[in-house]
Design a protein around this ligand. Structure first.
Ligand code: HEM
Length: 453
């Protein structure tokens, strides 16, 4: 193990095995989580590797997380680290915007995700979830990675853009969105603007999406002008929002905010649902207790939309453990703009720093017997130990919406069906092809309609 040395500070250990060409990039792309685990095992709390010419420092553990999340943007900068998202969201939107504009855009996203909006979304999500299972019959088998991916695309589109858009345009929207997603392959980390077919398609998809959203904005403005009522969804929030100087968001910016919301919330929620179901089926010893908990919710005659907002301790324990062992986002990154000091180490400007929840969530000092899935595991003592939603000022703003969605899915599924693995428990592997952790293909499970309700 080599080291990098800064004057007056401890040396940051360097991970072994850098190739002469590209450093550790090839190993990171091939098996990102195994690689980051290796960096931690070799180097400890702070360890450096070479991400294809970009020196990157992995920081692991609650103290490191806290220092990372507390650093101001002028020191540890998110926008510089996530430039691969700029062609997807668009120039002038989030990581492609000036910091004071980005801050205001984030506030606008937050307005639509405040707690008082949740009961509206709960109704939309409940409607989609009920629709989702209506043709299942009494038993069958489904690939739940695929099923939850398309369900959460529908719920997100519905909450964002309203039912008219959702039911009229889902297929075209899904195709365009798919082309946008394919524009985030790992090579975009090095250069998101290189000449590649997938990147050209990404840019065409963004243009077309802007046309569709602009049409929808005009349609709504015409309806409102004719005396119709404004709709209560995210698009309406974007349409009525304005910056501090009074300027309204342009159609380009609104499209960017729609894409940003979709990207932030779609696969993160669908993969969390897929893992939660896999873990429920892998741990049949809890199914009876889980089902009893869900049945009790419905005993008092409440609707799914209401129940999904209630406390559901064991189900929430399953979701929390799914997020601990299989956190969707595992390369939380910032570019160092001013020297960043931590426990005697100094990370110099120009480098990236990175957190990896997957590695951090297995530290035995914070999560005893860390590999064991335990839905009754107490919360760790240190609030910075579990970071599936990030932390600090940039902590996930969609946290409540995500939980509402996953809880609605499981209230409905467990109320009517029992689940069982179709493969052996070990065959449900973790893969991370597009920088988001997901279950391997196929992710099939069998379901059977419950007879006891
Ligand atoms: C289980 C589901 C989810 C997980 C695990 C998750 C995780 C995260 C994480 C780790 C971050 C911090 C990234 C960083 O610091 O660089 C983040 C940020 C964010 N998330 Fe989520 N997220 C989820 C669902 C959602 C949903 C449903 C939405 C929107 C409805 C959403 C919107 C956002 C936004 C807008 C940010 C950016 C905040 C900022 O840049 O300051 N997320 N999320």
């Amino acid at each position: 193990m080599a080291t990098t040395q800064q004057a007056d500070s401890k040396t940051i250990p360097l991970a072994s095995g850098a190739a002469a060409e590209g450093g550790h990039f090839a190993e990171f792309i091939a098996k990102p989580l195994d690689f980051l685990k290796r960096v931690y095992e070799e180097c400890g709390e702070v360890g450096e590797f070479d991400m294809g010419g970009l020196p990157t420092v992995l920081m692991v553990g609650p103290d490191a997380h806290e220092a990372f999340f507390r650093a101001p943007d002028e020191q540890l900068n998110a926008a510089e680290a996530y430039q691969m998202m700029v062609p997807v969201f668009g120039e002038g939107v989030q990581y492609g915007a000036e910091p004071h504009i980005e801050r205001q855009q984030l506030k606008i996203q937050y307005q639509g995700l405040k707690y008082d909006k949740m009961s509206n979304y709960a109704e939309v999500v409940a409607r989609e979830v009920i629709d989702f299972t209506k043709d299942w019959g009494d038993e069958g088998e489904l690939d739940f990675y695929e099923a939850f991916t398309s369900l959460t695309l529908r719920t997100s589109t519905h909450c964002l853009l309203g039912s008219e858009f959702r039911y009229r345009l889902t297929d075209e929207f899904a195709e365009l969105y798919h082309d946008l997603e394919n524009g985030i392959d790992p090579s975009a980390l090095l250069d998101p603007n290189q000449q590649k077919d997938t990147f050209k398609k990404r840019d065409l998809a963004r243009e077309r999406l802007q046309e569709l959203i602009t049409d929808e904005i005009h349609r709504r403005r015409d309806l409102e002008a004719a005396g119709g009522e404004a709709l209560d969804d995210m698009l309406n929030i974007y349409m009525s929002a304005h910056y501090e100087d009074g300027r309204k968001l342009s159609e380009h910016e609104i499209t960017g905010l729609v894409i940003w919301f979709m990207f932030a919330g779609h696969h993160t929620s669908s993969n969390t649902s897929a893992w939660t179901l896999v873990e429920i089926a892998r741990h049949p010893q809890y199914q009876a207790e889980l089902v009893a908990e869900i049945d009790r919710l419905f005993d008092d005659g409440q609707e799914l939309s209401f129940n999904a907002l209630r406390e559901i301790p064991l189900l929430e324990g399953f979701i929390r453990e799914a997020l601990r062992l299989h956190p969707p986002l595992n390369a939380i990154s910032r570019r160092v703009l001013k020297p960043f000091e931590f426990k005697g180490f100094t990370v110099e400007p120009g480098k990236n720093v990175m957190l990896c929840p997957w590695v951090a969530h297995k530290l035995p000092e914070h999560f005893p017997d860390p590999e064991r899935f335990n839905p009754k595991r107490p919360a760790p003592d240190n609030v910075f130990a579990a970071i599936p939603f990030g932390g600090g000022r940039r902590k996930c703003v969609g946290n409540a919406f995500a939980l509402l969605q996953v809880k609605a899915i499981f209230c409905e599924l467990l109320r009517h069906f029992e689940f069982e693995l179709s493969l052996t428990p070990e065959q449900y592997q973790e893969i991370m092809p597009a920088l988001i952790l997901r279950p391997s293909d196929p992710c099939k499970l069998r379901y059977r309609r419950r007879t006891s309700i």
